[in-house]
Design a binder for this molecule. Structure first.
Ligand SMILES: [Zn+2]
Ligand SMILES: [Zn+2]
Length: 183
């Protein structure tokens, strides 16, 4: 997603250009890329160009509960300032600001949004993605995907959990009785 900003770098501070984004960007680096769409506003600042916009894309990720692949929609709020590396008028190299992450406009006055969009998308992907809010997950016994209906072993599993709980409960009763008895 490359934009030539040579005209805007010559423009006074505060001048604005709006862009429609509709591009394939390789977000995760392992498939054919992801369609990214939305609007970006470019504003001339005293230091460079501020990009700001809301973009939408979808990534294929694995549900953390049922382990199936699903398409997860992402809303990206991109806001990055880009700094020119060459002075627009004299052509002299410009020093970059002392910031840990710094996006630059290259010597041909090209501002490339790809990396900012990619980084933003990676941060937006949920840590524990769910294919749907109420994903039923996998049976811990047989591995059956419970979103496709129940499996045979579910009731027995529940029974054994209850009987274990009951045993625990009666054991603590005995303990309580013992303590009471010693008084
Ligand atoms: Zn799931
Ligand atoms: Zn099962």
């Amino acid at each position: 997603m490359q934009i030539n900003v040579s005209q805007q770098l010559k423009a006074p501070m505060g001048s604005i250009r709006d862009y429609e984004v509709s591009e394939i960007i390789d977000i995760a680096g392992d498939d054919g890329g992801n369609m990214v769409q939305g609007k970006v506003r470019l504003m001339r600042t005293n230091r460079g160009i501020l990009t700001k916009g809301t973009l939408h894309t979808e990534v294929e990720i694995t549900c953390c509960r049922c382990l199936s692949l699903f398409s997860c929609p992402l809303a990206l709020n991109v806001e990055e300032e880009y700094f020119p590396t060459k002075d627009m008028f004299s052509g002299a190299s410009l020093p970059l600001p002392d910031e840990p992450v710094c996006f630059t406009i290259d010597e041909h006055h090209i501002l490339d949004l790809t990396e900012a969009i990619r980084q933003n998308a990676l941060l937006t992907i949920p840590m524990k993605p769910l294919c749907r809010e109420d994903c039923a997950g996998l049976c811990p016994n047989c591995g059956h995907n419970l979103n496709h209906g129940p499996c045979g072993c579910l009731p027995r599993e529940a029974d054994s959990r209850w009987s274990r709980l009951n045993k625990l409960a009666s054991a603590s009763d005995v303990l309580v009785n013992k303590v009471k008895g010693t008084k």
